[in-house]
Design a binder for this molecule. Structure first.
Ligand code: 6PG
Length: 248
């Protein structure tokens, strides 16, 4: 059952998510000696990353135990305005001391399929298991119910063995690289951040799907042995049934 954390404003959502991430990281570093996190892209998580790179988290967090990955990337160079890596570098990585060898960027500047193949190798090397189990995967959703770069009606959603795929997203007229559902669902913890009221309708479809309705990509995120947390503003959550809200 997903756990909802509903707060009045985007700033409070980002602050709550930051505390959640740091607590999880500290536990993972203490018990496992490392914390593996896959960052999400887009605009919503920027404030979360800025808070992580600010006091008190910046000085209290065991950054040398963090291993940073990305759940998806646009097929652009790392300095491009659209790069998820660039956003995270500016908002988080430039402000904290994570060893560069522990920052695993998706190579958006190389041929997409080659970048996806390379990233699978990076993951298998980093985790030494056929299907890596991330300590935490951060995700967002789009107004069409996509998550990471898994868009409705695409073959990427049906991938059952690959960890990472790259494909042409027709409506964006762009290539994307993305984790697949099997990789996401192997995570110990998944945390979604949704702060825009414009996503209230799709959030209801994702969390309270009507019987017989087609499953949106974000609805497919159901970690086999992991937990799912939703960090939501009241505006984004305002169409959810009250009983679902009661768990926050
Ligand atoms: C990306 C993200 C994508 C994002 C949603 C929400 O690369 O864009 O991974 O899945 O999380 O599109 O984006 P916003 O936070 O910008 O609304």
């Amino acid at each position: 059952m997903p756990e909802l954390h509903v707060l009045p404003t985007p700033e409070e959502v980002a602050q709550a998510a930051a505390s959640f991430v740091v607590d999880l990281a500290d536990k993972s570093v203490f018990t496992e000696g490392r914390f593996s996190i896959a960052l999400s892209g887009g605009t919503t998580p920027r404030r979360l990353y800025e808070i992580l790179a600010s006091s008190p988290h910046a000085e209290r967090t065991a950054w040398d135990g963090w291993h940073i990955f990305w759940g998806d990337e646009r097929c652009v160079p790392p300095g491009h305005n659209d790069s998820n890596f660039r956003m995270a570098r500016e908002a988080l990585l430039d402000g904290v001391s994570i060893p560069p060898s522990q920052v695993h960027r998706m190579r958006g500047e190389v041929a997409p399929e080659k970048a996806a193949d390379k990233y699978e190798v990076v993951l298998r090397d980093a985790f030494k298991t056929p299907t890596p189990s991330f300590d935490l995967i951060l995700l967002g959703i789009g107004e069409d119910g996509h998550t990471a770069s898994l868009f409705p009606g695409t073959l990427a959603l049906e991938e059952e063995s690959r960890l990472v795929v790259a494909y042409w997203v027709r409506h964006l007229e762009a290539y994307r690289i993305t984790f697949t559902i099997p990789l996401i669902n192997a995570a110990k913890t998944v945390a979604f951040l949704v702060t825009e009221q414009s996503k209230a309708g799709v959030l209801k479809q994702v969390l309270e799907p009507k019987p017989g309705s087609s499953m949106l990509p974000a609805t497919l995120v159901r970690p086999k042995a992991g937990s799912v947390h939703w960090f939501l503003t009241s505006g984004a959550a305002n169409q959810l049934q009250s009983e679902a809200m009661g768990k926050n």
